[in-house]
Ligand binder design. Structure first.
Ligand code: ADP
Ligand code: ASP
Ligand code: MG
Length: 411
């Protein structure tokens, strides 16, 4: 007998038929004697639909009410799945995040889980029931409903698996594992049998939406055995693992991209101490996260400064920068909200030189202009025009021969 937390994403519960199929799968596992806690997302498209409704009423919806609204999506699915299980003769009980209770901080729309009270779940499991929990939501210490940010059901599942000490956490989705890159962009992408936590963290933080970054952080911190699989077909999926890379490790393991970036440049800034802080301080004060930053070498005692932000924050950041530009007597500001970030990720990069030049050559061969570059130990990111996204991903996939398994796995 094993104890699993299963999470089913939006597409996997996107219709009554799909919900019934999920119930069949869960019942099968329970009939084998396994204990199962199921975490569900809203039916596909529902979170977007609700966000759209709010947007028709308020340009910037009140965050607290947004959470009340969005949490209803998952609540619908959990009840329907429990009914479908009941219909199969499998006793089940559903709970919202606040009923469980999953306690979070009070940062509406991107709350963090603080603690989980597992008493109700354990009691139900011991009574032989399947427990269905609404993903993506919790409750703060004042009883307000909170949500965990887009993709947050992944984090609910991993946090529950950690709190309940489950044997494994299975993330069931519409692809059969983690691929070398998003298979929707590069059909030649290859499924990975396993990927290290470190690489998965980078892939998620650089834009791969397959797992919410906080779910990977949680799994790494609490040592949760995490597997991504398809809810539509059988298979072993991809295991996220601590395993050390072997000598035959591929140079890079995957390519991530992020379509949500925008770039702002301020030129002719006096090259004096404190300029950077005067530019970025007001942006940070407005709670806007900055991603990449470049400051050029000073020329004629002035310098240029470029940074990127999330596209949702673009207009606010531009307004702030316009004000700062006047205060600093800078020459001008220029902006671009049609850029994307493409990144290559791999622990194999640590032990190999020449990866960056290989990346830049592959892009140059396709006449793709690089606008910004950032590197760290296991990743290299470039900013390019959004029209080049697909071309850049495919060119890099081919240049690093990602469609082929690394030597060790092939032999
Ligand atoms: P769910 O609704 O089940 O949470 P998501 O849409 O959040 O599903 O995540 C699954 C999607 O992630 C896939 O359909 C795929 O397009 C995308 N994706 C992005 N990067 C990858 C990757 N490296 N491997 C597999 N899928 C990826
Ligand atoms: N329903 C939420 C979303 O669409 C949470 C999730 O599915 O993980 O982002
Ligand atoms: Mg998701």
């Amino acid at each position: 007998m094993a104890f699993y937390v299963y999470k089913f994403g939006g597409t996997s519960v996107g219709s009554v038929e799909r919900i019934k199929a999920v119930a069949d799968k869960v019942k099968l596992a329970r009939d084998k004697g396994d204990q199962i806690v199921v975490v569900v997302s809203a039916m596909s498209g529902e979170t977007n639909r609700l966000t759209g409704l709010a947007g028709e009423i308020q340009l910037k919806p009140v965050a607290r009410e947004m959470d009340v609204l969005l949490s209803t999506g998952e609540q619908v699915t959990m009840a329907l799945l429990s009914m479908a299980l009941d219909e199969l003769g499998c006793p089940a009980c559903s709970y919202t995040g606040s009923q469980v209770r999953i306690e979070t901080d009070s940062t509406h729309t991107k709350a963090r889980i603080k603690r989980i009270d597992d008493a109700k779940i354990h009691a139900d499991l011991n009574a032989g029931k399947v427990v269905v929990v609404a993903g993506f939501q919790g409750v703060d210490e004042h009883g307000n409903i909170t949500t965990l940010g887009r993709g947050g059901s992944d984090t609910t599942a991993v946090a529950l698996a950690a709190a309940l000490k489950a044997d494994e956490c299975h993330i069931y989705t519409d692809v059969d594992g983690v691929y070398t890159t998003d298979p929707r962009v590069e059909p030649k992408a290859r499924r990975l049998d396993k990927i290290t936590f470190e690489e998965m963290l980078e892939m998620s933080s650089l834009g791969s939406k397959i797992l919410q970054i906080r779910s990977v952080e949680f799994a790494g911190k609490y040592n949760v055995a995490l597997r991504v699989l398809s809810s539509f077909s059988e298979g072993r999926g991809t295991l996220i693992t601590y395993e050390e890379p072997t000598v035959e490790q591929a140079l890079i393991s995957g390519i991530a991209f992020n379509r949500d970036e925008a770039k702002l440049t301020i030129t002719g800034v006096p090259d004096i101490p404190g300029a950077a802080s005067k530019i970025l301080g007001p942006i940070a004060d407005a709670n806007i996260e900055i991603d990449m930053i470049i400051q050029n070498v000073a020329d004629d005692a002035t310098t240029d400064f470029t940074f990127t932000v999330h596209r949702n924050d673009f207009t606010t950041a531009k307004d702030i920068l316009t004000k700062t530009s006047k205060e600093l007597s800078a020459r001008a500001i220029t902006t671009d909200d049609s850029i994307v970030k493409v990144s290559i990720v791999g622990v194999g990069m640590r032990s190999h030189a020449g990866i960056a030049s290989k990346m830049f050559k592959a892009l140059a061969d396709e006449a793709i202009n690089i606008k910004m570059i950032a590197t760290s130990e296991i990743k290299i990111s470039v900013v390019v025009d959004e029209k080049y996204l697909e071309l850049a991903v495919r060119a890099l996939h081919s240049a690093f021969e990602l469609e082929q398994p690394p030597v060790e796995a092939a032999s």
